[in-house]
Write a protein that binds this ligand. Structure first.
Ligand code: NAP
Length: 331
């Protein structure tokens, strides 16, 4: 029998363990063209929260009583498909199941010799691509400018800040614990970092950390933190709206300050970013990230939770900041 995790209820507010249901199913016999996969690493990501609502978005909502799907690294344990052999590893959007049958379409082979398997879900996967493409395509950073990153100690933010440093910017990170603040400076080379949970006036703290003002803001969180950044933007600032985790669990429309006067006064740009819109640039971006990793210019952190049963818990823990770097579950 095979273990599966289904969406049992649509979460209201912060997701609860009781929103998920564990079930067992029979593994079907392999047919011609199919492969049997065994899950190795599961990526849990904040955007999955949006798919748990019954609302239209850039990806369709999850269906109740159906398995959750996310980025997964799996091993091929049987193959009736000439493109895959037993022992191959693949990355793709797969179901939260211990084993599953696939046609192999939309799966990418990954090599454990080139990089640790987990890296293909982080720095060499969706979050690494988000960091690089969001910053370069919308942020358009220039040497000597100042970059502020929120959600700075997470998978996307920690890489954005490091890329900012590689490109010659002054980088200020905003994160939720003192330990994360020290890590940003010591492990990732940020110039300054701010703990948003213990800082009373975040806008003043940003002004102090970036005396020349903010040219690029990489926004992973939205809400009050992003409002505070707005007060510090320079003329022609670029704001990459990548994520808004601070509002994903809100049950009513949050009140925010009006951004228009800030944008007009500073001729600033604010643009939403979805990594999937840039798929033609993925190969070049992966090449660049791999080069920087090899040269030791870029590093990454992972928080790896063990055990299939702990997937929903790891997902929920994203909302209280339990992770440093990429949150993953190892099966
Ligand atoms: N648009 C795209 O294509 C795209 C792609 C990937 C990710 N994203 C978005 O980018 C953001 C970061 O994703 P990620 O995968 O790198 O996640 P992550 O940053 O590794 O994990 C989430 C982090 O968010 C912080 N957080 C949680 N609640 C918060 C709140 N109320 N206010 C401020 N910070 C809060 C926590 O850190 P603290 O301890 O600092 O609170 C937590 O560790 C998310 O918003 C995600 O949806 C967008």
């Amino acid at each position: 029998m095979n273990n599966t995790i289904l969406l049992d209820k649509r979460p209201v507010g912060t997701p609860q363990l009781s929103d998920f249901k564990f079930t067992e199913e029979k593994i079907p016999e392999l047919k011609e063209g199919q492969i049997l996969l065994e899950t190795k690493y599961v990526s849990v990501d904040p955007y999955l929260r949006g798919r748990m609502n019954d609302a239209k978005s850039y990806v369709p909502p999850f269906e109740l009583n159906k398995p959750i799907v996310s980025g997964i690294i799996a091993g091929v344990i049987e193959s009736q498909n000439s493109n895959f052999s037993k022992g191959d590893f693949v990355s793709g959007m797969l179901a939260w199941k211990k084993q599953q049958v696939s046609h192999g379409k939309d799966l990418m082979k990954v090599s454990p010799e080139k990089a640790p398997l987990s890296a293909y879900l982080g720095i060499l996967g969706m979050t690494g691509l988000t960091s690089y493409l969001g910053l370069t395509e919308i942020g358009k950073p220039k040497e000597g400018e100042t970059l502020v990153v929120s959600g700075a100690a997470g998978a996307v933010g920690s890489v954005v800040g490091q890329i900012g440093k590689i490109l010659g910017l002054r980088v200020i990170g905003i994160a939720g614990t003192d330990e994360k603040v020290s890590m940003l400076k010591s492990d990732f080379g940020f110039d300054e970092a701010i703990n948003y949970k213990t800082t009373e006036n975040i806008s003043a703290a940003i002004a102090k950390a970036s005396p020349g003002g903010v040219d690029v803001y990489f926004d992973n969180v939205g809400g009050d933190i992003s409002d505070a950044v707005l007060f510090n933007i320079n003329r022609f600032a670029r704001m990459v709206i990548c994520g808004a985790i601070s509002v994903y669990n809100e049950t009513s429309l949050p009140k925010s300050i009006s951004v228009q006067p800030f944008l007009i006064k500073k001729s600033a740009l604010m643009q939403g970013f979805i990594v999937g819109n840039y798929s033609d640039k993925f190969p070049a971006a992966i090449q660049k990230l791999s080069e920087w990793l090899k040269e030791g210019k870029l590093t990454y952190r992972e928080t790896i939770v063990e055990g299939f049963d702990n997937i929903p818990g790891a997902f929920i823990d994203l909302f209280s900041g339990k992770n440093k770097g990429k949150m993953l579950v190892k099966i």
